[in-house]
Design a protein around this ligand. Structure first.
Ligand code: BEZ
Length: 249
């Protein structure tokens, strides 16, 4: 199951995705003139940051509407699946934020990244890891169970443990310098209904407009006791998997 993205809504209400990327950018420690591939670039916000540091950026995303946003920001961007990368020893680094968990063929992704890197190049990424948005996933499943007329629900996400992803990286030939799973409760300023509209569009693709509304309201009602407080608003139970791995010289 793939997801259709509303890139305009994403750019308005999902700014937290790039705003929370400082630790990942610090791990990447990009230098001017490095050639960097941004894998799953979204609307290109982080690619712009890297380009402004003097890096030579190429960005790819499987969503044409996201690629258009990145192109509008002056990024060299292509619509391409991360599972079918076709670069040969071109990049000093492959960088990815909050995208790898949408790619359900992780071995193909890791292999493509390995081939894309120059010897000595690095793969620096953060993605949803084991336990990510567990409460939200339970709510989505529960609402589908309560509404058989919505059909069957298939999760589009892959949230591996550190051990599982490390194994994939090592099998592809990488030397893993660090890989860690971190709980990062994440404030959803736009509210959970907007979050669901942006990030759970896959779940409602076969539904009519009334059912879509029903789905979103039911999931929000299910989640309110655990994720909402008047003091803090909506806080989602994000878990990050962050790593840096090298292709040997
Ligand atoms: C994430 O960044 O962890 C994420 C965001 C939306 C949906 C699923 C995961």
């Amino acid at each position: 199951m793939s997801q259709t993205w509303n890139a305009k809504k994403y750019s308005q209400d999902a700014t937290f995705v790039s705003q929370l990327a400082s630790p990942l950018l610090a791990l990447l420690a990009a230098k001017a003139n490095e050639r960097i591939l941004d894998l799953g670039c979204g609307d290109g916000t982080l690619a712009v940051k890297l380009q402004n540091l003097g890096c030579q950026l190429v960005a790819v995303d499987s969503s044409q509407s996201m690629v258009e946003q990145a192109l509008n920001k002056g990024i060299t961007a292509y619509c391409q699946s991360g599972e079918a990368l076709n670069y040969q020893a071109e990049f000093d680094a492959v960088f990815s934020n909050a995208a790898l968990h949408w790619m359900l063929k992780p071995a193909a992704v890791v292999q493509g990244v390995y081939l894309a890197l120059k010897p000595g190049g690095r793969f620096v990424a953060e993605m949803g890891g084991k336990g990510n948005i567990l409460t939200i996933r339970h709510a989505i499943n529960a609402v589908f169970q309560q509404h058989p007329e919505f059909g069957e629900y298939h999760s589009p996400w892959y949230f591996p443990s550190a051990e599982e992803y490390k194994e994939l990286l090592v099998t592809a030939g990488f030397k893993v310098q660090s890989i860690e799973l971190l709980k990062r409760p994440t404030k959803i300023s736009a509210g959970i209904e907007q979050w669901l509209t942006i990030f759970a569009a896959h779940a409602t693709e076969g539904l009519d407009n009334m059912q879509k509304r029903q789905f979103i309201e039911a999931v929000a009602a299910y989640l309110k006791p655990s994720l909402y407080s008047t003091q803090n608003g909506w806080i989602a139970d994000y878990v990050r998997l962050r790593f840096i791995a090298y292709k040997p010289e």
